[in-house]
Every structure is written in C-alpha cells, then in structure tokens.
Design a protein around this ligand. Structure first.
Ligand SMILES: Cc1c2[nH]c(c1CCC(=O)O)Cc1[nH]c(c(CCC(=O)O)c1C)Cc1[nH]c(c(CCC(=O)O)c1C)Cc1[nH]c(c(C)c1CCC(=O)O)C2
Length: 352
C-alpha cells in the first residue's frame, strides 16, 4: 500500500535533524579539525597564520576533511572561525600565538556605525569557496557525511568585538547592554543582518545544515538572555527559513542552564546543542521529543580515554536513546587530546 510520506533524507545527521531517532546516533565533534591532529599542525605551519588558513580554500578544505578521513564522522564542520564575521565587517583581527584572538575593540558609537556590511560577502568569498570544495569532496569521499556551516551567535560575537579578546566576564559587552541598550542593540542588529547574509551564502555554496555558536550566552541574566540571545536568534532563524527553506539549524546557547527550555521553544532552531554541565536527562525532558539534542561529552573525558570515556559516553547515550539525537562534545576538543581516543570513542558509538 502506498503511504503518503515524503522520503527521509538519506544522511543520518540530516535524518536526526528532521526529528528521527536515528540509532546508533550520527556523530561529530566540535573543533574536530585542529591542533590535536598532527596532519592539521602540518597544514597550519604551511599556512603561517590562522586567518590565512581560513581564507585559503585548498588548505581550509583539506583540514575540514582531515578528521573525516581519519574517523568517518557523520558531520563535517566547515573550517573557519566565528570571528571571521567581524573581520569581514572590517574590524582588524589577528590570532596571536598562545593568546587567542585579538580584535581592535569597538570603543564608541562611531566604531559601531563604521562596520561595513557591504564588504561582507566579498570578503568571505574564499570561505564560500571552501564550502563548495568540501561539499564536492564529500560526495565522492564520504557520501554519508553532512557538511555543517556556521556562525557565532550575535551576543558571543559582540562580546569579542567589544572586549577585543577572550575574557572570563566580558564586562565591556555585558556592561554596554545595560548602560546603552539602544547602541548595543544596533551592534546586535548589524550582526544579525551580517549573520543571515553569511549563512545564506554558505547554504548557497553547499552547506547542508548550519549551527549558531553562542558560547557566552549563559553569562547573561534571564531577561538579558531573552533579549540578546533568544530574540536575535529567532530573527536569524525566521530570515533563514524564508530564504533557505528546509535548511536545518542547530543552536548552541552554551551555559544556558534552565533557560535552555525557553531557547528551544522560542529561538526557532531545529536542534539544540547542550554543554558539558547540562544534565542530559534533564535536557531530554525540557526539550520537545521531536527536536534533536546534540552533545555533551566532557572534552576532558576524551583526553582521559579508557573506562572514564566509556562510562561518560554510555550514560549520555542512555539518556538520549529513543529521541532525535546527534552525538558531540559539550565544548571543543582540546589540543592535548590523544587522536587514538577519538578512534576509541567512535568505536563505542558505533556499537551503541
Ligand atoms: C568562541 C569561539 C571561537 N571560535 C569558535 C567559537 C565557538 C565555539 C567555542 O566556544 O569554542 C568556533 C570555531 N573555531 C574553529 C572552528 C572550526 C571547525 C572545528 O570546529 O573544527 C569553529 C566552529 C577553529 C579554530 N579557532 C581557533 C583555532 C586554533 C587556531 C590554531 O592555533 O590553530 C581553531 C582550530 C582559535 C580561536 N577562535 C576563538 C578562540 C577563543 C580561539 C582561541 C582558542 C583556541 O585556540 O582554541 C573564537
């Protein structure tokens, strides 16, 4: 008998994003390309600096594919950085050895007004070229792997733009959000528009899903979280749905705690990523069972390996079994991770 249902997309990660409880779960790891891999360090040395690596399509495509070749993850994350958006808006950026990213901090209303959205799509052209190359390579090398594009959440990107560097508290951004919400709102809206243009361009170049990394979302008070995390995200997801119908969107409001439930209900995402500190059993109750969850192994359990890795992984899997779910870490891989522990992790997942 013929059934009136549309066929599910074949790739496991896309099936999970469409609400199917795929088991064993599709998997990828935040920062899966990076310094823990010797083949990455080799390419990184050849490129010289990090921005050159991000804007040289042959090299960026190569490092995007390196973890897929080694481990066969179901997701490939574009190799780039959330700070390439401020860079493309004209804010000077460099990555200093041992210090992380350094931006010339935005000091006043003039600096915010001077950000130039007109240059964005032209400046990110090499990143879009990377997307196209990776998508083409995956078609032959790893046809079950989904290419994930990304951008930072507006609040997190604003944190770096105002502070100029990483920080424990990001007082410049959180302070401005209280002291001059109109001005902070102008920066957030500039980022909202830039993020939509950037993600639409990634999808047009071949990204099959996109993720919004809002790494510092959980520093905000509940009211500020709704205003500067949920509302801008909802605006971005509305625009993306209009311009790229059907594109799945993963949101990562890191450290959101119980506000995760509000985010899942109102931000318009298809999947919610959870951080290391979130109880997966609580998240599984708080987020609708039709919405995929993604996460949340402690990156340090992956460094430890052995019995700790196995026990932590199995307890997350037990909480997620029976619902749409994508395995991932709760934050990025750390450089001291032994590559063979990732092999062990993939083995545990595949026998789930
Ligand atoms: C906050 C943030 C940034 N970048 C990102 C976030 C959000 C996620 C998170 O919270 O970790 C996101 C990001 N950064 C990078 C990717 C690429 C793909 C991947 O996940 O493998 C992604 C998705 C590469 C990178 N981005 C960076 C590296 C290291 C660069 C190097 O020295 O080779 C990589 C591989 C540099 C970076 N970029 C950033 C910082 C703070 C740093 C320095 C700290 C560090 O080195 O880990 C900003």
């Amino acid at each position: 008998m013929e059934r009136n249902v549309s066929p599910s997309p074949a790739k496991p990660l896309l099936r999970a994003l469409s609400g199917e409880a795929v088991w064993p779960p599709p998997a990828w790891l935040m920062r899966q390309a990076g310094r823990y891999l010797p083949e990455y360090r080799e390419v990184r040395a050849k490129a010289g600096d990090f921005i050159t690596l991000c804007t040289t399509p042959a090299l960026a495509a190569e490092v995007t594919l390196q973890p897929i070749r080694r481990y066969g993850m179901e997701g490939a994350i574009l190799f780039s950085d959330i700070l390439m958006v401020p860079w493309a808006l004209g804010q000077p950026l460099r990555f200093a050895e041992g210090e992380g990213p350094l931006l010339e901090p935005l000091r006043d209303a003039e600096a915010i007004a001077a950000l130039d959205p007109a240059t964005l799509v032209a400046r990110v052209a090499p990143i879009l070229e990377t997307v196209a190359r990776v998508r083409e390579s995956l078609a032959t090398e790893s046809p079950r792997t989904t290419l994930i594009g990304f951008a930072g959440g507006c609040f997190t990107v604003a944190c770096y733009m105002l502070e100029g560097r990483g920080s424990k508290e990001f007082p410049a951004a959180r302070g401005l959000a209280y002291a001059d919400p109109a001005l902070f709102g102008r920066l957030i809206r500039t980022l909202q528009d830039a993020t939509v243009e950037y993600l639409v361009a990634q999808v047009e170049a071949g990204a099959e899903a996109v993720m919004l990394f809002d790494s510092w979302a959980g520093m905000l008070s509940p009211g500020q979280f709704r205003r500067w995390v949920i509302e801008p995200t909802a605006s971005i997801t509305r625009s993306l749905r209009r311009r790229c119908p059907g594109i799945p969107i993963i949101g990562f409001p890191r450290l959101a705690g119980p506000l995760l439930a509000d985010y899942a209900a109102r931000a318009g995402v298809d999947a919610t990523a959870i951080d290391t500190g979130m109880d997966p059993r609580w998240a599984a109750q708080a987020v609708p069972s039709t919405m995929a969850l993604q996460g949340n192994l402690d990156p340090l359990a992956l460094v430890a390996g052995g019995a700790a890795l196995e026990a932590e992984t199995r307890s997350i899997l037990a909480a997620m079994r029976g619902r749409p779910y994508i395995f991932n870490l709760g934050h990025g891989i750390v450089p001291q991770t032994p590559p063979e522990h990732v092999t062990a992790l993939m083995r545990i997942l595949r026998s789930a």
